[in-house]
Design a protein around this ligand. Structure first.
Ligand SMILES: [Zn+2]
Length: 316
């Protein structure tokens, strides 16, 4: 076999996942091991190098076929230089990941933030395969995002583009403070955290809802209650969907993507979330702009990160 292969690294706080993709973005082989973050940055980077070699060793491919190695990381990054400026969850400050990994592996290494990388994964071989311009939302504890234009991650001038969760969208009267310090970010209403907070507030206010019987509320409880017809839960879900739909209407007139992809734990709620998002998008977007645009669930699940990381060298 002489085809080129791409190695992707999804560096998490507890586990490092590495994978091999072919030119089409199909995930061909994976390997996973502990991060061991407590051992410090040098040890973690050494482990990444070991796992990258291991995944290729265990595959039918040769190391010579590796056209590049990509890594998705959380934190503040200098993407062109490949430096992790600050990663609170790993306890890293100014770690030159690209340089060190390139020395260890003898291959081109590219890093990017985990949300952009997941978006690239979906765009390459997931729900956006074959479509050049897509915008991805990841709905989890927060709201992450990535903008893919012409098959490439749009970084912005200083690598800050695609922070969809921090779009300022909730009007002042209803706005609460976001983890980023600003008020009224999309994340405050449409993340799992935002949905659970709204449910708790409703229960504390004494609203009549089945949610009041649940001790430790999760976003899934709110969706389940909404599906069962609980009006309070339905109101919370519709509010989360409303702001997502409004944000897409705004992005559609600015960037004119062909597809919006929604992934992350919250997206598993299905039609109860997607239908109102589509309705709101349709209602607030000019007919000419919404023509040919769809809103679909992500398809790669937890593999999006490793696939997108593998694609980082392909897309440059
Ligand atoms: Zn924010």
């Amino acid at each position: 076999m002489s085809d080129k292969i791409y190695v992707g690294v999804d560096l998490g706080g507890t586990a490092i996942k590495v994978g091999i993709c072919g030119e089409s973005g199909k995930l061909l082989q994976t390997y996973e091991g502990p991060t061991g973050a407590e051992g410090g940055a040098d040890a973690v980077i050494e482990r990444i190098a070991q796992y990258a070699r291991k995944v290729v060793e265990e595959s039918p491919f040769e190391w010579e076929q590796v056209a590049g190695v990509g890594a998705g990381l959380a934190g503040f990054l200098d993407i062109p230089e490949g430096i992790v400026k600050l990663s609170p969850n790993l306890g890293w400050r100014n770690v030159p990941v690209k340089k060190v990994l390139e020395e260890k592996l003898g291959k081109v290494v590219t890093i990017d933030n985990d949300a952009n990388v997941a978006a690239l994964g979906e765009a390459w071989s997931g729900a956006g395969a074959g479509i050049p311009n897509v915008i991805c939302y990841t709905l989890g504890t927060g709201v992450g995002g990535g903008i893919i234009i012409g098959g490439k991650i749009y970084q912005g001038s200083f690598g800050m583009a695609g922070e969809l969760g921090h779009m300022s969208i909730v009007p002042d009267l209803e706005a609460i403070q976001c983890g980023c310090g600003q008020f009224g970010c999309l994340e405050t209403v449409s993340s799992a955290t935002g949905i659970v907070r709204a449910a708790r507030d409703a229960v504390e206010r004494g609203d009549k809802t089945s949610l009041s019987t649940i001790h430790t509320l999760a976003a899934k409880d709110v969706f389940d209650a909404a599906k069962a017809g609980d009006e309070v839960a339905l109101r919370i879900v519709n509010r989360a969907a409303y702001y997502l739909g409004r944000s897409m209407a705004t992005l559609a007139v600015i960037l004119n993507p062909q597809r919006f992809i929604i992934g992350g734990g919250v997206s598993k709620a299905g039609d109860i979330l997607f239908n109102p998002i589509r309705e709101i998008f349709k209602k607030y977007t000019q007919e000419q702009v919404q023509e040919g645009v769809d809103i679909v669930p992500a398809t790669l699940g937890n593999d999006a990160g490793v696939v997108g990381a593998a694609g980082l060298n392909l897309s440059r």
